[in-house]
Design a protein around this ligand. Structure first.
Ligand code: ADP
Length: 272
């Protein structure tokens, strides 16, 4: 409910309206929580059921078939890796949710941080024969933030750009200080914004999906995301971390050309 309404001369009507709005809000939160638990359980149950099936086959029909055993064990290892990623993402999400209302305050240099992320994702880029190009001005100011969380933001965005990008394509990471954040981003801060854009040459995202993309478990193509090892939580984590940093996020996409995710963060006064 809006505090502004409380400042009006109170009357029974207004109090009732406020209570009503509060209830619908808490119902919505409750509903979101229930949906989240149901989705998370479903995401965990699917690989668990697959593992159960493989174990039964290994104990039964495939017991003496060495080639089948090898194949099943490899698939089982993939399912375990998927669940491990999912549990890791669930933990990250709950960690950032807990701290979302206490903004971090450390100056963070983006140059080395992004170089580290790109290096760690090099094997993923090689798999897709993709190049990752980083263009940062030498005098890019530091931003105010939490180094570990920002590393996670750029890992998720660059990993997605490689994952959903074109085979043999280029992923570009560009950063610069900007005068104004686009109004649609809802920049809450007063500090000078630094914009960091991650652009791919993938198939793009149809416009109708853009508003829901940062919701937990929302995927444009669930089967494709799962095939690529996605958890459906990466962008939800990005959004929460960016909120905690009092930053902003915009998504621009042209179907058939590619997608740009831009993160806006408050500049610190010191330099890289
Ligand atoms: P996932 O683990 O499925 O990749 P994310 O939360 O990171 O989950 O992304 C949510 C969905 O957004 C993805 O399933 C995919 O459909 C879409 N998406 C994210 N990044 C891109 C991108 N660079 N290009 C096209 N689609 C993307």
């Amino acid at each position: 409910c809006r505090i502004a309404s409380l400042e009006r001369p109170s009357s029974d009507g207004i109090v009732a309206a406020l209570v009503f709005r509060d209830l619908t809000q808490s119902k919505r939160v409750e509903r979101m929580r229930a949906d989240f638990v149901a989705n998370a359980s479903h995401e965990i149950r699917t690989p668990l059921a697959a593992l159960g099936g493989y174990i039964e086959t290994l104990l039964g029909p495939a017991r003496d078939d060495a080639a089948a055993r090898e194949r099943f064990l490899r698939t089982m290892a993939e399912q375990v890796a998927r669940m491990t990623r999912l549990v890791g993402d669930l933990l990250s999400l709950s960690r950032v949710e807990l701290t979302e209302h206490t903004p971090p305050a450390d100056p963070v240099g983006l140059g080395r941080l992004i170089a580290r992320v790109v290096k760690a994702l090099d094997f993923r880029a090689q798999d897709k024969k993709a190049a990752v190009e980083v263009i940062l001005p030498d005098d890019l100011p530091q931003v105010v933030g939490d180094e570990g969380e920002l590393e996670q933001v750029f890992t998720n965005l660059i990993d997605n750009a490689i994952k959903y990008g074109r085979i043999g394509g280029t992923v570009r990471v560009q950063a610069h200080v900007i005068a104004h954040v686009p109004a649609r981003a809802g920049w809450p801060g007063k500090a000078q914004p630094v914009a960091i854009a991650v652009t791919d040459e993938g198939p793009g995202i149809p416009r109708e999906h853009l508003p829901r993309l940062t919701e937990r478990f929302y995927r444009v193509d669930a089967a494709r995301s799962r095939d690529l090892g996605g958890t459906g939580l990466g962008l939800a984590i990005v959004k929460h971390i960016v909120n905690r940093h009092q930053g902003a996020l915009t998504i621009d996409s042209i179907v058939g050309q590619g997608t740009t995710f831009t993160v806006y963060l408050p500049a610190a006064s010191s330099r890289n």
